[in-house]
Each structure stands twice: as C-alpha cells, then as structure tokens.
Design a protein around this ligand. Structure first.
Ligand SMILES: Cc1cc2nc3c(=O)[nH]c(=O)nc-3n(C[C@H](O)[C@H](O)[C@H](O)COP(=O)(O)OP(=O)(O)OC[C@H]3O[C@@H](n4cnc5c(N)ncnc54)[C@H](O)[C@@H]3O)c2cc1C
Length: 390
C-alpha cells in the first residue's frame, strides 16, 4: 500500500489535517490510521469541549479566533453537508477568578493582549462579578475576567465526526489499524508498519497520536516531552444550584461549567505526573477532598450535591511549557507533529489542522504563523509557556 501522507491517529487532530490536506490539494492521497474506531479513550471524546479566547500567548488567541468562527459556522466552513448542521455552541463565556494580587495583575495584563488580538475580554471587580453571578461568594475575589463572546462549549464529537466525514467526501481514506513502527531511510520517513501486518509507503507522515505521541517519536529515535496525565471529570447534580447559563468558571482549585441542568467539574491533582497509557481509573478522592469543599465555599448553593458519574481522560501533557508542539521535526523533516496540547487541543483543531496541511503542501506556515509552537523550541529547551492552563 502507499499514500502521499499517512496520518497516525484519526481523532480530532488527524481528522482535521486530513480535511485540510484534501481541501487545499484535492488530488492528494491521504491515509488516516486509527487504532480504535470507538474513540473510547481518545482525549477528543473525553474532553470538556470548551473554547476560550483567554490565553496568555497571542498565537493561542489567534488560533482560537479562527477556531470559534469555524465552530460557529461549522457546516458552511466544512463546505459539505455532513449531517451535522450545528455544533450546538453555547456562548456562556469563561470566567477566571483572581484571589491573589499576582493573579489579579496577570488577568489585567493578558486581557489587554487578548483584546488587541480580537477577543472581548472584560475585567470585573468583585462587586461586578457578584452582580452578574449572584450565586457566587466573592468575599475573597479580587477581580475576575470574563469573555462575553466567542467563549463557551460545543459538541466535541460533532467537530471530529464532521472533519472525518468531510475529509472522506474529499477523498481521504480512513482505516482501522495500529501503526506499530516507522520506516526511516536517510533521515526521512518512507513508510509506516501496521499491526495487522501491512506496510504503507509514504512521502510524509503526521503524528496525531494524542497522549501516545512520544511512542511514535521513539520509533524514529527522537525524544518528545509529551506524557499522558490523568484528569477526572465529575458530572454532578446540585438541586439548589441550577444555572444552565453559567460560564465555565476557573477558580483556584477547580473549574466547573453547566451541562444542561447539571454540571461538570474537575481539578488538577496535587501530585500530578505521568500515568500509564491504559490507566483510565477515575481519581474519586479528588471530589470529596478537593473539589466539593472549594465549590461549596465559592457557591453556597452547592450544599447538596450528588455525583452522577465520572470519567478520566488523558491530557497529552507537554512537560516543557504546556503548549502545542507543531510542524516538521528538524531531524526528520517529513515527519510532522501536532502534539502536546495539554488540555486545550480540541478548540485548536481547526487552525492547527489547516496550519500543518499548509506546511506539508507549501513548506511553511501560511494563514497563521505558528512558529512560536515549533519543535525547535523543544529541542533548544526554551519554554514558550502558556500560563492559562485549565
Ligand atoms: C479531561 C479533558 C478535558 C479537556 N478539555 C478540553 C477543553 O475544554 N477544550 C479543549 O480545547 N481541549 C480540551 N481537552 C484537550 C483535547 O481533548 C485534546 O487536546 C484533543 O482532543 C487532542 O486531539 P488529538 O486528536 O491530538 O488526540 P486524541 O483525541 O487522543 O486522539 C489520538 C488518536 O490517536 C490514536 N492513536 C494513538 N496511537 C496510535 C497508533 N499507534 N496507531 C493508530 N492510532 C493511534 C488514538 O487511538 C486516538 O484516537 C481536554 C482533554 C481532556 C482529557
């Protein structure tokens, strides 16, 4: 078998790059290899499905500017009727609370940059925050930042499925198999081996393997500072706190957002570190020990709460700077990375897929300069830190 481009991993990133490659070059032969057709453990399926403009790097704001337009106008931007007319975007906003002076100053500083890049971020006092969301206790809040437009949550699987369907309509091929190795000749990828026994010759390969991205690089003898980190999301019902129009709120020790009449919430474990690729056991203790006390403090209506269910997913965690790692690897220039999203990759899929496709086809970044997120900084050990990691 052969293909012009083999994409390793067919969830949101793999599907997006396949869509953009076949959109920009209709004659190209793209093969997407996905090991799990159920996507049961893909980050894409286990995500909180949010998009925000409130990042601390201009490039991430620009990526989200493109992303939100794509998500809001999904069917039209895809250019195909994929049977998903809308991603059900709920523009509830993101609310970051500052409870320390440092956090207050950072929110004010980055809001300026976000607005310069087209976001609508507003900085509020504690009183303004309480006036807008009277169910919050703001006694210890110094300020907050709120995005009144272009922030909220949407249908994560719809985004992935739409990209896959549109890419197929444009000629991309999708197979169920596990890539088990790369064939490397004179510093270039010349093919991939498949678990079911086949080999696919290619002129370029894309690493879209999510939390398993470092496994793919290891086959090429190249290290990558990306590891799986577990995040447990709790679905809760709080009969005395029903606010379906609430924003996704980020407090010091947890985040929470409405899911219709219920809520989803999570925290970062104090002892955060890599987990096994196949370990999806929820970390139940985080609910009672960390989240509930902090939540009840922040909103007294959460006095009577029932955990309905919970699940764990893996962040593809970039241990250097928690930002995406994008583009060709300098030591293997036809192996392209779209990795390390550290919990904010779903919303980045439209812009990143386009960027990687343009780089493969034209040899450089075109519509959006993504060079801040290049592999080179990783190799040089120079962090390009994203501080607003949720
Ligand atoms: C709990 C949680 C909450 C999140 N919340 C948000 C959010 O609110 N907003 C946001 O923007 N992002 C969020 N994210 C991050 C977002 O989900 C990811 O960044 C994004 O989905 C990454 O997509 P991906 O395609 O790179 O990876 P994945 O979705 O993990 O897909 C990788 C695919 O590669 C396949 N694969 C791996 N190895 C191989 C191989 N050898 N051969 C074949 N196939 C292979 C896997 O089976 C998988 O389907 C969250 C993530 C988690 C875990």
């Amino acid at each position: 078998m052969k293909a012009d481009v083999v994409v390793i991993g067919g969830a949101v990133m793999g599907a997006s790059v396949a869509f953009w490659l076949t959109r920009l070059n209709p004659g190209i032969d793209v093969l997407v290899v996905e090991r799990d057709p159920t996507f049961a453990h893909a980050s894409t399926a286990l995500s909180a499905a949010g998009i925000r403009q409130q990042f601390t790097n201009p490039v991430n704001v620009q990526i989200s500017r493109f992303g939100v337009d794509f998500i809001k106008n999904f069917q039209e931007r895809l250019g195909h009727d994929v049977g998903i007319p809308s991603l059900g975007f709920r523009e509830n906003g993101y609310l970051f609370l500052a409870t320390t002076e440092t956090a207050r100053d950072t929110l004010a500083e980055v809001a300026l940059m976000q607005r310069e890049n087209g976001a609508a971020t507003e900085i509020w006092t504690a009183e303004q925050t309480a006036a807008r969301f009277p169910w919050l206790n703001t006694d210890d809040v110094l300020s907050s930042s709120f995005g009144p437009r272009d922030e909220g949550f949407f249908d994560n699987m719809g985004l992935m499925s739409g990209f896959r369907a549109a890419a197929k309509a444009q000629g991309a091929r999708f197979v169920t198999d596990t890539v088990t190795g790369l064939t490397v000749t004179a510093g270039r990828v010349t093919g991939v081996t498949l678990g079911q026994g086949g080999h696919v010759a290619c002129t370029a390969a894309v690493n879209a393997a999510g939390p398993r991205a470092a496994q793919v690089m290891a086959w090429a003898g190249l290290p990558l500072d990306v590891e799986p980190r577990k995040r447990t999301i709790f679905v809760i019902d709080a009969p005395n706190a029903r606010h379906p129009d609430a924003p996704l709120m980020i407090d010091r020790d947890f985040w929470i957002r409405p899911e219709h009449d219920q809520w989803i919430t999570a925290t970062v474990p104090a002892e955060d570190g890599p987990c096994d690729f196949d370990d999806f056991e929820p970390e139940d203790h985080l609910w009672e020990e960390v989240i509930w006390p902090a939540l009840w403090h922040r909103a007294p209506g959460f006095d009577a709460v029932k955990v309905i269910r919970r699940w764990s997913g893996h962040y593809a965690y970039n241990t250097l700077d928690q930002n995406a790692i994008l583009g060709p690897h300098p030591a293997m220039p036809n192996l392209y990375l779209m990795n390390g999203f550290s919990g904010h990759g779903l919303q980045q899929a439209p812009a990143v897929g386009r960027g990687i496709a343009e780089h493969i086809l034209f040899g450089n970044w075109q519509s959006l300069d993504l060079s801040d997120l290049s592999v080179e900084r990783m190799l040089a050990g120079k962090p390009f830190a994203e501080k607003a990691i949720v």
